[in-house]
Design a protein around this ligand. Sequence first.
Ligand code: ZN
Length: 293
Amino acid sequence: MKIRDIIGAAALCIISGSVYAVPPANVRGVDLAAVLAAHDRVRQITHQPNEDARPLRAIRTIVLDPGHGGENQGALGVCDVHEKYLTLELAYELRARLQAEHPDARIILTRYWDHGLGLSERIELANKVNADLFISLHYNAATHPRALGFETYFLRANETIPGQEEVKGEMVASNGQVVGAPEDQVEQPVDPIVFMREDLLRQKQNEESGLLAEVVNSSLAGHLNSVNRGVKQANFGVLRGAKMPAVVMEAGFVSHPEEGHDVVSVEHRTALVDALHNAILEFDEKLTRKNNP
Ligand SMILES: [Zn+2]
């Protein structure tokens, strides 16, 4: 079996919903736990320490979500490139940078190639691997060709509970457990202590997502030569149900006659990688200070 197949099988295992830390012992004759452990080890051994690199202290697992994929092509830019390719390219480069500077951290992508993935599947994966951070990567498009700039979104506070329409064919309780088909559902009294605890956790997650959005957006402003459209709140399905700070980043308009050319350039992608890496470091510092006042 080629190494590409092994990595593919490992990624498939992640995407198909297995817990990342404990993959099934054998998939097509490959011991995935051993493969992942070997990858972690090789990364740590081959790591070239960089004097200037700041270590991550509060963040251990980062999930990067390249928007769209497969049939869902995303926006079509003025350069005839679909958004799904730009987001995947950006995710791979950001992952390589983070992994090179922070060999102790696990950087996981929601997809590793061009295939479709539901919105709730993306955030479920991040929850399953206990991610400390989730960034969904996107590029913008508008019918108005003059729209340009970058923006960062986090979820509106009253929409943090995953909607049932997101979970096809299953009814799901607020604790995420499948409770059976609608016809055999029995009303269960909600334990007020459990409800309060969950509510506090959701509040904390939403506050931290807002902070992450601020940090990401101001770092984009420092690295991109474009219009700052600011931090916004919206009801994005990909953010609903997140248990960690989670944002959607819109890196620029593929539909703009000039920015549409910029966003496909190596320079623009490098600036984005710099901006997001910087933002992750800054957010890590803020979290560390918050957790150890
Ligand atoms: Zn998009």
